[in-house]
Design a protein around this ligand. Structure first.
Ligand code: AKG
Length: 282
């Protein structure tokens, strides 16, 4: 089966060996440095993700290793293999589970559910996840429900539509968000692999039961932005606007990053952000 078809059917695809170990080490140092600057409250607020540090364009221009990751030729080649020749980048997050930390709750990050495009195989927003250590169930690997970006699952009606404080802090381990479901699968990877997926795919992660930190860089792209209907483009441009308004004085970094910038100059009216899937998800 073609990669694009598998991606559209399952909602995710794993590309092996995208980043070499030198870059993974540099990304590890970058994320450790940024994490060390966070206040203790940040980690208390985000016990289930571990951390939730924004990577915007200003950060990518401040830390060239980030720009290198965002515009990495192997990542762009992986996108191309799925048929996405002109991807755009929005923002990212440093999500780092400390040793012996709880699982991450089931959620999906679709926020365009009032847009008919979200009910088709045409992706709007996709994650490119880079785990900086090998992952397995013991240290908190990703879990997904394949196909849940296109098909309603019981979890859609059981879980909270938003990242509430109770979910973030693991206030109630019996919350349905922390349940196991029959059709979930683990997605263990090697450091340097790339997990690409639809933002609207149901996903979660296991607890980290080890003595080592487990970091993922979740990078949000709009892989087929140029092919989206104008109203969707207008919505995306508005939603990402503030994250991507930074410019750089470095010609080199600008040249690397500019092709990935989201731009919409037309007059189409944006659609309201909607985090909850509608009845169109059957
Ligand atoms: O921590 C993980 O493994 C998953 C992170 C995640 O759910 C996200 O970035 O949306």
């Amino acid at each position: 089966m073609y990669k694009r078809e598998q991606f559209a059917r399952d909602g995710f695809y794993v590309f092996e060996n995208i980043l070499d170990s030198v870059l993974v080490d540099r990304l590890q140092r970058f994320s450790d440095d940024v994490l060390s600057e966070q206040e203790p409250e940040h980690f208390e607020m985000h016990r289930t993700t571990g951390s939730m540090v924004m990577i915007d364009w200003a950060m990518a221009y401040q830390y060239p290793v980030m720009a290198e990751l965002i515009a990495h030729p192997n990542a762009l080649a992986a996108l191309k293999q799925l048929g996405f020749d002109e991807p755009k980048f929005g923002h990212g997050r440093i999500i780092s589970k400390p040793p012996h930390s709880p699982p991450l709750f089931w959620h999906e990050d679709g926020r365009f559910w009032d847009d008919p495009v979200s009910y088709t195989t045409q992706p709007v927003q996709c994650f490119l996840m880079y785990y900086l250590t090998d992952t397995m169930s013991q240290n908190g690997c990703l879990r997904v429900v394949p196909g849940s970006h296109l098909k309603r699952h019981s979890l859609h009606d059981e879980i909270s539509p938003s990242h509430t404080d109770d979910l973030r802090t693991f206030a109630n381990p019996d919350d349905p968000g922390f349940s196991r479901v029959a059709d979930e699968i683990d997605v263990p990877v090697k450091a340097g692999d790339l997990v690409m997926g639809y933002g609207s795919l149901l996903h979660a992660s296991h607890a980290n039961q080890t003595d080592q930190r487990r970091t993922v860089l979740t990078m949000w792209y709009y892989p087929d932005f140029v092919a989206l209907p104008e109203r969707t483009q207008a919505t995306v441009a508005l939603a990402e606007g503030r994250n991507s308004d930074a410019v750089s004085s470095s010609i080199e970094l600008q040249t690397l990053m500019e092709p990935l910038r989201i731009a919409y100059d037309g007059k189409a009216e944006p659609i309201d952000i909607q985090w909850i899937p509608g009845e169109g998800l059957k």
